[in-house]
Design a protein around this ligand. Structure first.
Ligand SMILES: Nc1nc2c(c(=O)[nH]1)N[C@H]1C(S)=C(S)[C@@H](COP(=O)(O)O)O[C@H]1N2
Ligand SMILES: [Mo]
Length: 393
């Protein structure tokens, strides 16, 4: 006879597996409308199309074959549909500090260059998995990518213009604008300390090439560790501010309940009694192989994936084949720095029947992925333990 305790434990394990399994329905294309069909954008391989105007396209999981996401596979996210084609030779970056200065691309390239490999992840990556459903682009797993960015430290640019005493934030505006004044222009701000961080750059190269049009040519903000909402594309205007920026995209969007997520980075000038702007990326992982829903042969099964966080660095990735009852460590691969995707692999012995593989990353601050999503109205920071279900034949 099965003891009550075993029964309860078994039911709990089953419930956990079910919860995890629910999170993986996107890659199987269910329910319809949650994933786009493959669409085409100039300069890109086929990406999952979530909307055409504005262009929102995500990277299929099968393209994540290593720690660097190729430029033509990199996701695209815009809020506004007027995206001008910029002539890099005529483009200028206007900076308002103690003085107003204007830098051309040639000026930027004369300044000391620096490189950083960093994950660009939309705050709403995996929003489509939110339960209950929330409004917004229904992203699956691919509103993210990792590239080697080259450019100039934002700090050097700000110091060229002069940083007034009492500056608290830096505003960032790009070349795109609203089509009919219906949506407010997309302007963001970051705290002065993040702007002055040596890793925050204005990048003009991505993986050794000029930035693709849809990823912010000729130059964009790269704010390593922070979600991509601050990574202003096709940046044209930067200003040092002596009070918190109060535009729509700071005051009313990209906010999370205060204290809900274990964020370490604070954006205190923008905090209210109840909420805060989103800051760093929460620790996360993705199983990239085998594909969800695959049929595989029994025996040695190579499992591969990626792990990343907001810049503390990945400490470990653990794998479970029994619904989260027991975990075994994966082997971490190439380390491209604390802001990069960390590849990992694991060899499982696959027995005949259904198999669900779970991956759970932990960072060097001891933070780990959640078993159940921390619900918030915009569906940000989805970092539930990743699950892939396969059939072993
Ligand atoms: N100019 C401009 N920059 C922008 C945005 C935008 O709408 N306009 N969206 C931001 C958001 S929310 C994301 S997720 C990233 C997406 O970067 P990508 O399109 O290069 O992948 O760009 C950011 N920078
Ligand atoms: Mo985003």
């Amino acid at each position: 006879m099965i003891s009550r305790r075993a029964l309860v434990a078994g039911t709990a394990a089953l419930a956990t597996t079910k919860a995890f399994a629910e999170t993986s329905h996107l890659t199987r294309g269910l329910p319809p409308g949650l994933t786009g069909a493959l669409g085409s954008l100039p300069g890109k391989r086929p990406l999952l199309e979530l909307s055409q105007r504005p262009p929102n396209y995500e990277t299929p999981v099968s393209y994540f074959t290593g720690p660097i996401t190729p430029n033509d596979a990199f996701f695209v996210r815009y809020h506004l549909s007027e995206i001008p084609q910029i002539d890099a030779a005529k483009w200028t970056l206007n900076v308002a500090g103690k003085n107003k200065i204007s830098l051309t691309l040639a000026d930027l390239k004369q300044m000391p260059a620096t490189e950083v490999t960093a994950v660009c992840q939309c705050s709403g990556n995996r929003r489509g998995l939110s339960n209950p459903h929330v409004a917004g682009v229904q992203w699956g797993y691919g509103a993210m990518g990792c590239a080697k960015w080259k450019g100039v430290r934002l700090k050097d640019i700000l110091e060229k213009a002069g940083v007034p005493d009492g500056s608290v934030e830096v505003s960032l505006n790009g070349a795109d604008g609203p089509p009919l004044d219906k949506t407010p222009d997309f302007v963001k701000s970051i705290p002065l300390w993040k702007a002055m961080d040596e890793n925050t750059i204005i990048a003009y190269e991505m993986n050794g090439e000029p930035l693709p049009h849809f990823n912010g040519a000729p130059a964009r903000v790269v704010a390593p560790g922070w979600t991509a909402t601050y990574w202003m594309k096709s940046i044209t205007d930067i200003a040092l501010l002596d009070k918190p920026f109060d535009g729509f995209w700071m005051k009313s969007a990209y906010r999370v309940p205060l204290g809900l997520f274990p964020a370490i980075d604070r954006f205190t000038t923008q905090e209210t009694a109840t909420n805060t702007p989103i800051t760093e990326i929460m620790v996360n992982s993705l199983i990239t192989a085998p594909a969800d829903g695959a049929r595989i042969a029994k025996g040695a099964l190579n499992v591969a994936g990626l792990a990343w966080d907001g810049g503390r660095g990945i400490d470990r990735v653990d794998i479970s084949l029994d619904g989260g009852a027991t975990w075994r460590p994966a082997t971490l691969g190439e380390d491209l720095g604390r802001f990069a995707f960390r590849p990992w692999r694991f060899v499982a012995q696959a027995q005949k029947g259904p198999l669900t593989i779970l991956s759970r990353a932990t960072n060097r601050a001891g933070q780990t992925q959640v078993a159940k999503a921390l619900f918030n109205p915009a569906g940000y920071h989805h970092n539930v333990v990743n699950a892939v279900s396969v059939t072993v034949a």
